[in-house]
Design a protein around this ligand. Structure first.
Ligand code: PMP
Length: 367
């Protein structure tokens, strides 16, 4: 029996994709081989990687002056690769500057890593209110190597409700937990990156979308495998790419197209998130800690309204356990923030949201 899986990542994938992959496990596209067994340089794999890129370009309307790279190392490696490629300088040259906005753990990790290669300024932070909102009116300093935001903050459940104007400073964003969740104007960004394990496919593949003019700026001491120009020049095949992950991403993108594309998914995602948020607003026990204007469509965090700390803790421990026993799994909040979190990525059906709300109603009626 399939459960409703609310994991923040790796997370639910469309059943149809899993079934297609299962059917092709030992013989993909009549090649007599599994994709896992194919030479990445073979004519069998070529259409798989080219197809995945073409589908991603179509789904996200990626302009021609951007390159799509399928890499490894997760979003976390991009915390290092982005500054290495567009902010680091030759030995002895004056360090460049980067501006970050601190919206929680992933933004901080990106900033910490970047500080090894350039001078980092944190221009705004929502730490004062436990990261429950996205700072307004943020400003880029002209001359900066880039301006970094985490578009959707997986742990606290916030999402940027607007894109900051950065002028000529390239806007760079981590879109790990919101890629393909709704339309996004790629042309507003210099670099976008995402670990695949939420809306795209299995863990192990990272997608980087980088504007042409930002490729080829890495200092000479940069290791080859960390250079965008090398990966772009070799069509993501400087070394063996994460073949299986790229194959599944291609299947997920076929599914996205069948759903009506990112526009249609955006509408459904608003409905799904809207159902949960409106339930949380009316609930006697549960509450969303996030400011209304900064709510994520993908990661919906909630806590118990209970005032007594002991009882609150007991409720928040019992809820995910009881939910799991009822087939609704992975609802505990991130270990750093506690509480509860329902990650409702593209592949979570509306029925899953209805089942969760029904379970929450039943749970709170017993309190
Ligand atoms: N950024 C965001 C927004 C994330 O949600 C995560 C993982 N949940 C990461 C970065 C780290 O990704 P990875 O494990 O792929 O390095």
């Amino acid at each position: 029996m399939r459960v409703y899986n609310f994991s923040s990542g790796p997370s639910v994938l469309p059943l149809k994709v899993l079934e297609k992959a299962a059917a092709a496990m030992t013989d993909a596209n009549n090649t007599g081989q599994s994709v896992m067994e194919m030479s990445h340089r073979s004519g069998d794999f070529k259409p798989i990687i080219e197809g995945a890129e073409k589908s991603l370009r179509e789904a996200m309307k990626i302009p021609d002056n951007y390159r799509v790279l399928f890499l490894q190392g997760g979003a976390s490696l991009q915390f290092s690769m982005v500054p290495l490629n567009i902010a680091a300088v030759e030995t002895g040259a004056p360090r460049k500057k980067i501006t970050f906005i601190d919206t929680g753990v992933w933004a901080q990790k990106a900033a910490e890593e970047a500080a090894k290669f350039a001078d980092v300024t944190v221009a705004a932070s929502s730490k004062d209110k436990n990261y429950s909102y996205i700072p307004q009116n943020v400003k880029a300093s002209s001359g900066d190597a880039y301006f970094h935001i985490t578009l959707n903050n997986t742990i606290v459940g916030t999402k940027w409700p607007y894109l900051p104007e950065t002028g000529t400073v390239p806007l760079v964003s981590d879109i790990s937990s919101c890629i393909l969740s709704e339309p996004l104007d790629v042309s507003k960004f210099g670099i976008l990156y995402a670990g695949a394990q939420k809306n795209l496919g299995p863990a192990g593949t990272t997608v980087v979308i980088v504007r042409d003019d930002l490729i080829g700026r890495a200092p000479s001491w940069t290791p080859a495998l960390l250079r965008y120009d090398i990966h772009a020049g070799e069509g993501s095949m400087y070394n063996t790419p994460p073949c299986w992950g790229i194959y599944i991403i291609g299947l997920v993108l076929d599914w996205v197209k069948e759903q009506g594309g990112v526009e249609a998914l955006g509408v459904i995602n608003r409905q799904k998130a809207g159902m949960l948020y409106s339930y949380l607003e009316s609930s006697k026990n549960f509450v969303s800690p996030v400011e209304k204007t900064s709510r994520s469509l993908m990661n919906i965090t909630f806590t118990s309204r209970e005032k007594d700390p002991e009882r609150k803790k007991a409720i928040e421990t019992a809820f995910p356990k009881e939910a799991a026993a009822a087939g609704l799994v992975n609802l505990a909040g991130h270990r750093l923030v506690g509480g509860m979190r329902a990650s409702i990525y593209n592949a979570m059906p509306v029925e899953g949201i209805k089942a969760l709300i029904a379970f929450m109603e039943k749970f709170e009626s017993k309190l």
